[in-house]
Design a protein around this ligand. Structure first.
Ligand code: GRF
Length: 213
């Protein structure tokens, strides 16, 4: 069972996919709270509808970085969070928190990392760049969060074809569909203890999944 915090800055369709997966029994987790840097994030509304606690926390609300980091750590502890899922969170996770939650923070990225990632590569910019580069495939990556943007060990990837005359919006929609399917599934693998991380190498102990299902 994962005691989750979901960090989201925007619409929160991935948050919704996680909520739905928990409700339908696909994912054995509880969302302890949703944290956003953006008071206008629709993700917060989605959480409120489900009566999931929310917190708006951004660096600008604090006098200095230390206070910000301590506040975040305090909130995570107060809600007994054991695992963090970033779902469209555009800020960097402070390295103190990366340390405390080592290998227990994941992110979902709308491309096949290590391509089309890094600072500033989020949302429609990613899909625009993929199309401009003439790629025939893009995809979804779920990875462990470390101290660099979109850099930690890769847990899961799935390809999505780039179609002739694709617009960033059309491509984003198809990528999102894949995200909503694979993110809850990857979280469930963590919940079952089926992910082994050794340096940059991540092994999914699939056989044990098969034995249990
Ligand atoms: C997703 O495409 C995700 O890969 C990226 O940000 C987007 C968030 O979408 N990190 P949503 O807010 O979950 O709808």
């Amino acid at each position: 069972m994962l005691d989750l915090a979901v960090f989201a800055s925007g619409n929160g369709t991935n948050l919704q996919a996680i909520i739905d997966a928990i409700k339908s029994g696909i994912l054995n987790a509880e969302i302890k709270l949703v944290i956003s840097n953006n008071p206008d994030a629709y993700a917060l509304k989605r959480a409120e509808i489900q009566k999931i606690p929310t917190k708006i926390v951004s660096k600008e609300m604090f006098e200095n970085r230390e206070d910000f980091v301590n506040a975040l750590i305090g909130i995570l502890k107060a809600h007994s969070v054991s695992f963090i899922a970033l779902a469209g969170y555009i800020k960097k996770i402070p390295h103190e928190i990366v340390g405390i939650y080592k290998n227990r923070i994941v992110n979902i990225h709308p491309a096949l990392l290590p391509s089309f990632g890094g600072k500033g590569m989020y949302g429609m910019r990613v899909h625009q760049a993929v199309i401009e580069a003439g790629c025939k495939v893009t995809g979804v990556t779920v990875h462990i969060v470390d101290d660099e943007y979109d850099h930690g060990p890769i847990v899961a990837q799935e390809c999505v074809p780039v179609l002739h005359n694709d617009t960033p919006e059309a491509l984003a929609e198809r990528v999102h569909k894949v995200e909503h399917r694979i993110y809850p599934r990857v979280l469930q693998l963590f919940s079952l203890g089926l992910i082994r991380i050794d340096g940059r190498k991540v092994t999914i102990l699939e056989e044990r999944v098969n034995n249990r299902t």
